[in-house]
Design a protein around this ligand. Sequence first.
Ligand SMILES: [Fe+2]
Ligand SMILES: [Fe+2]
Length: 313
Amino acid sequence: MSDHTHTEDPERLAEFEARVAAGEQVETGEWMPGEYRQEALRLIQMHANSEIMGAMPEREWIPRAPTLSRKMALTAKVQDEVGHAQLLYRVAETLGRSRVQMIADLIEGRSKFHNVFHYPAETWADVAVIQVFVDGAAMQTQGALRSSSYAPYARVMKRICYEEDFHIRLGLDVYRTLADGTPRQRAMLQDAITRWWVPLLHFFGMPDRVSPHTEKMLRWRLKVKSNEELRQQFLRKFVPIIQEAGFTVPDPALRWDEASQRYAYAEPDWEELKRVGRNQGPKSAERLALRQDYHRRHRWVREAVERWGLLAA
Ligand SMILES: [Fe+2]
Ligand SMILES: [Fe+2]
């Protein structure tokens, strides 16, 4: 997007930048640079897509949850994620793209959703890993975005983080039950940790290039922390959860460096992240097809709502 030249009034732009630098936020309807609007929309639309697609891997486990209370908690968690998508699509709409258009973008493969939701949830231990580590990774990014410069996004993010925190606690309970369980349960959890490790490192994206674009996104607070900063924050909080329960991180190079207060880790295969980003992950096609199928099957609801004029209310 940085090659796209927006001709902005330099005075207005300077005034906008000064406001954002002073920690002020931008409300819907206020003037913002065209590139700011475009980037905020891209970011929030992808976030909304990720919430709705993120409900799918766990949803598959609702019928197979081991107990009634696990089933009830998982159902509530999946509902929360769909609710997050609704909130976020509404925020994205304030930037000028309709929800109908955004859903079409998603199911026709024109917009992205987060890498972790392109992978299968093979066992019940995957549910624990998703709730603790995937929601935990999302929490790092979303927690930082509570101070996003786009006010409606920041507000929604506060509400979402409150629920995400609960998802992680719920996950820790499933995680600890398996960790304290039989050798077979522990082996199942270790296997899930091993399979999810690389997608979790990928989650934060490649280390940022020091480009004028990244610099601008940070200055405009559409990005609050760098990818590597968020990844390190995640590793500091979540590697001990793996190691203290006696599990192994599948990376012999992983090492805490006292001097730099950072984790050293083996560089994951970034090509895999790029493939997943093009919807070529192990479950991309299947999940998009399922989303398309729901969309088709629910057409009568949209038509009824439209006919009764309920959307106008
Ligand atoms: Fe969520
Ligand atoms: Fe969540």
